[in-house]
Design a protein around this ligand. Structure first.
Ligand code: NAG
Ligand code: NAG
Length: 479
């Protein structure tokens, strides 16, 4: 079945394009057919030699951004697709790359229904990215060729294709999570559980298990990720329950995987009500991340180094927010809680400002309505122009807007508790939350909508609190 799929896929593509031109004369059709085939091949060669070219920038390599989350080339030193895949397999993999990075012609998003077990009768309709759907099909086919010629491949090629496939499945709705998990676990097995790539895979399996409600399995996977990210430095005698190592790894990628896994662990413990464990993880993880040397100034650091520092800063803001929530839930000091939230808000704002090319500290000129001026709302060109850093930077910008807004929203609630609804400080906090998470609408700049990458549900919380506080403040001034 796989074989049929693959054999027809490449030619169907050419035929589809050709069909539109059937009214042309036969000779014209032949000429046209040849040139389409040539253009098709030329596109593939372009992807092979440009998009999948090995990273040449030494600074990017030093900070290991070239070893980021997505791996398409078997051997990162050589670049390009693995020759062992054969002509068809390589075409499939490049086609998947194109579908994923360039999208499909219409850019249409298909809708699918996804009935979640446990929510009786609730049919949740959500948008499935057609781009990811297409890429998933091509990857499935590439996988078929990779398995058929696995002896000829670079040792990382098969695990890479499996991880890419798993990542697409993960994004296609909860129904496919079990398949995603199987693919990730196969990738893990193919790497014999060694190295940073295996650590990345382990962190992902943990995420998928957690989404599937398999908490204990998730914790085991994160433990493996943490252990592998720190390599031999992991101190096994350290508290078995918490899994926070005492020293951070030297490898920048190892540090990022470690930070990510610790955030995941902290969120899991907090959400499952294991508050004292959550608090220990958060406090120890914050200490650990703080122990990693930082550049003396973000402005003078090279873009890859700055991006690494910002990544760690954003992850520590997340840990601070989690910690504040846990302290709040355990009814401990409200002042400590506010301190963590303020630190998280300020750090996240700094991350966002640097990523869009503003100076890190701009609090004095701060404009509550437009914390990031609209004309500056795009990721800085030093990041968009680098294929190794672009996706990571884009994700980090989105995450930092979310954490900034979340921290301000929670601060607003705490101020409300102390000073009563509609207090000036709390309104200011809510305003700042919608400032970061939203963009002004064109019709009426005082009404904002969710910025790109902010979920509708999150936005409703920020906007709901802001409008509520605003009305309360208005009622008070009228009195
Ligand atoms: C591991 O931790 C224990 C207890 O904190 C400590 O005594 C020991 O020196 C550590 N070992 C290494 C290799 O860091
Ligand atoms: C305000 O924020 C809190 C905490 O995030 C949330 O639970 C609540 O629903 C929000 N209120 C409104 C009116 O949206």
């Amino acid at each position: 079945m796989h074989a049929q799929n693959t054999a027809s896929s490449t030619s169907v593509f050419v035929l589809d394009v050709g069909k539109r031109f059937l009214k042309f004369s036969f000779v014209g059709l032949v000429i046209l057919g040849t040139s389409i085939a040539t253009a098709f091949e030329a596109t593939h060669m372009w992807v092979e030699h440009n998009s999948l070219a090995p990273e040449k920038d030494e600074e990017i390599k030093k900070w290991q951004w070239d070893l980021g989350a997505e791996h398409w080339t078997g051997d990162p030193v050589k670049g390009g697709t693995d020759p062992g895949l054969g002509i068809k397999g390589r075409h499939m993999l490049r086609a998947a790359w194109m579908a994923y990075n360039w999208g499909v012609g219409s850019g249409a998003a298909a809708t699918g229904t996804d009935s979640e077990p446990g929510r009786s009768g609730a049919n949740i309709i959500h948008i499935i990215d057609a781009r990811i759907q297409r890429a998933e099909v091509f990857l499935r086919n590439a996988l078929y060729f990779a398995e058929a010629s696995s002896s000829k491949l670079h040792s990382h090629t098969l695990p890479q294709i499996l991880t890419l496939h798993a990542a697409m499945l993960e994004n296609l709705g909860t129904a496919l999570l079990p398949d995603s998990r199987i693919a990730y676990e196969r990738a893990w097995a193919g790497l014999s559980g060694k190295g940073l790539f295996a650590a990345q895979v382990a962190e992902k399996v943990g995420e998928v298990c957690s989404r599937l409600g398999l908490g204990n399995e998730a914790v085991e996977w994160w433990k493996r990720a943490i252990q592998l990210s720190t390599e031999e430095k992991y101190n096994r005698t350290y508290d078995e329950d918490i899994h926070v190592p005492q020293t951070a790894p030297a490898s920048p990628l190892g540090q990022r995987i470690l930070a990510k896994s610790l955030v995941a662990l902290s969120a899991y413990y907090a959400q499952s009500g294991q508050l004292s464990k959550a608090q220990s993880v958060e406090e120890n993880a914050l200490d650990l991340i703080r122990s990693i040397p930082q550049p003396s100034s973000l402005a003078s650091a090279s873009p890859p180094q700055a991006l690494h520092a910002l990544f760690l800063l954003q992850r520590s803001s997340l840990l601070s927010i989690h910690l504040a929530e846990v302290i709040y839930a355990r009814r401990k000091s409200q002042v400590t809680c506010m301190q963590y939230l303020t630190a998280a808000a300020e750090s996240s704002e700094r991350v966002a400002r640097v990523l869009v090319g503003l100076s890190p500290h701009g609090a004095d000129e701060f404009n509550l309505h437009n914390p990031i001026p609209v004309e500056k709302s795009q990721l800085s060109a030093v990041y968009t122009s680098s294929s190794s850093m672009n996706k990571a930077a884009k994700g980090l910008l989105r995450d930092s807007l979310r954490t900034a807004a979340e921290a301000w929203n929670l601060l607003g609630i705490l101020h409300e508790e102390r000073e009563g609804p509609g207090s000036k400080t709390s309104l200011g906090c809510f305003q700042r939350a919608v400032g970061w998470a939203g963009v002004p609408t064109t019709e009426d700049p005082s009404i904002r909508t969710a910025a790109e990458g902010i979920l509708k549900a999150e936005w409703n919380v920020f906007w709901g609190n802001y409008t509520r506080a605003k009305h309360a403040a208005e009622r008070q001034t009228k009195k």
